[in-house]
Design a protein around this ligand. Structure first.
Ligand code: GLC
Length: 507
């Protein structure tokens, strides 16, 4: 089954958009070609999603900026089309048909039930810091948590995968020693926040690296096995890797502890992804024996949405440039529209174009502005803070830092670009979240969210509340910040894995 899925993923990259439509996405295959589809004017939606117009006395400049950003503003018709395409990709993915969405079975069929007891280790790999965490649970509640962070140098993130896993094992030993737990048997949950093909709760085949990692030699290998081997090579700890999970899954589990209605989780950080609770009978990819599970968490890997071309109708030249400048090109299309690793870069690419057109900064660039990655998403959040607060404190400071000379128009334009790019991200995330809400047969759903973008962007949350409501008007929902799911959630998943192991060994 797994290898079939791998073949599908590989062949997908060869399927062009046209071909894909001919093979038929439900609903779309009625159309002769996607380009012939008339886009109806949806004035109610168009006006609800529009950002405030740019205020500039110089009408030439205003026009230039508006023209440059025209394609970043989604139309109501495009919004509905994305919703339809996402729905179709979800359906195809869950039925193991070609789709840009992996819809991975996590094999986690239940949530914490308050009986979780004992000491657990959690590992969190996904960002530039690796965390090792000791969690002590009593009646499902966290009573102790000790954390240690280890920086992962670039040469490890971009080098030989075996060395990376040896480094992880070294950190585990160091941590266990520092806690005086050398002789203790410790069940472990491994948060490995990269796309995996899961063949069970403790088998995760790495499909591709994302974000700031690229160690090609271990793509296609089982992350759990590599971790176990590295730990065994050292032989100085007694940890037992029981589960591998994604950060979204950990967030859902952590969200469920905070609020029982949690059934969807999102990560809006450096990367972006979502998971949700699906009916088990709808899930086709299930290796090993079923045990009468009613539900299971599905890791969507929505960062890859559009990798097969289904979102090409919203791709702008700026997005193409951002992709060209990224670590792994032609991969993780949706993530490159919405996540913290890329929002600042989209803004930078737009700004460079407007400087070249002599619209911004009197046509003079700085070296910093020409450096990929130099305009971070934290700058976008800070500039957005100025817009939301109707003041002008952060923007000049950032432009000074980038070595740019500016006037009041430049500041207004910078604010407008950051607003437009952020708004598109909020809309895209909301479209997919609304589609998931409609998929769940629940009257009231809590959506657990974590990630730096969500936490620090001043109005992502309010836009999401507005747009999700607009796009799934029948559904009651709440966005809930569920911090550190990749740590606490991993400990809880290890406890659930232990419970399932004991239960299944008795049957
Ligand atoms: C990337 C990873 C995904 C993770 C997300 C958020 O998209 O592929 O697994 O959940 O980042 O960290």
């Amino acid at each position: 089954m797994g290898s079939e899925k791998e073949t599908i993923k590989r062949s997908l990259t060869n399927i062009g958009q046209e071909d894909y439509y001919i093979r038929g996405i439900e609903g779309w295959n009625k159309m002769a070609s996607p380009t012939s589809r008339p886009e109806p004017a949806l004035s109610w939606l168009d006006s609800a999603i529009r950002v405030k117009p740019l205020q500039l006395a110089d009408s030439w400049k205003k026009q230039q900026v508006e023209d440059a950003l025209k394609k970043i503003h989604l139309t109501g018709a495009q919004v509905l089309r994305i919703k339809e395409v996402f729905h179709s990709e979800v359906e195809r993915g869950i039925h193991e048909q070609p789709s840009s969405l992996q819809m991975e079975n996590t094999y986690i069929p239940e949530l914490p039930n308050g009986t979780e007891e004992g000491m657990f280790l959690a590992l969190d790999l996904g960002g530039t810091n690796f965390r090792v965490i000791l969690l002590e649970l009593s009646n499902g509640a966290l009573i102790r948590e000790n954390v240690k962070r280890y920086h992962i140098r670039e040469e490890l993130r971009l080098g030989c995968g075996e060395r990376l896993f040896d480094f992880l094992a070294e950190c585990v030993s160091d941590f266990v020693r520092s806690q005086n737990l050398g002789g203790t048997r410790l069940p472990l949950g491994f948060t490995f926040s990269f796309p995996m093909i899961q063949k069970g709760l403790d088998v995760g085949i790495l499909l591709t690296w994302t974000k700031s990692f690229n160690c090609p030699s271990v793509v296609g290998r089982d992350a759990v096995q590599m971790l176990r081997e590295a730990i065994n090579r050292r032989g100085d700890t007694h940890v037992e890797v029981l589960a591998v999970l994604n950060d979204t899954t950990g967030t859902l589990i952590q969200g469920a502890v905070l609020d029982k209605k949690t059934a969807i989780a999102l990560i809006l950080g450096t990367g972006s992804n979502a998971c949700y609770i699906e009916r088990a009978d709808r899930v086709q990819h299930w290796e090993g024996q079923r045990h009468g599970e009613k539900e299971v968490i599905i890791d969507i890997e929505w960062g890859a949405f559009g990798d097969n071309g289904v979102l090409d109708f919203i791709k702008t030249d700026y997005d193409r440039k951002v992709d060209e400048n990224s670590l792994i090109t032609n991969s993780f299309t949706f993530e490159k529209y919405i996540s913290g690793k890329y929002l600042g870069e989209i803004v930078r690419v737009i700004v460079v174009k407007l400087v070249e057109d002599c619209v911004l900064f009197g046509g003079t660039v700085s070296d910093a502005l020409l450096t990929t990655g130099a305009f971070t998403t934290s700058f976008v959040s800070l500039i957005e803070q100025d817009t939301v607060g109707n003041n002008c404190e952060n923007t000049p400071e950032i432009l000074d830092k980038l070595g740019l000379s500016y006037n009041a128009d430049d500041i207004a334009i910078m604010k407008y670009i950051c607003e437009t790019v952020s708004n598109r991200a909020a809309l895209l995330v909301s479209i997919c979240t609304a589609t998931l809400l409609e998929r769940l047969d629940r009257p009231d759903t809590t959506i657990a969210v974590d990630g730096s973008l969500y936490k620090y962007h001043p109005r992502l949350k309010s836009w999401m509340n507005k747009y999700i409501h607009l796009l799934a008007p029948e559904k009651k929902f709440k966005l809930l910040l569920a911090e550190d799911g990749s740590g606490k959630g991993a400990g809880l998943v290890a406890a659930i894995a232990l419970r399932l192991k004991q239960r299944f060994s008795q049957t």
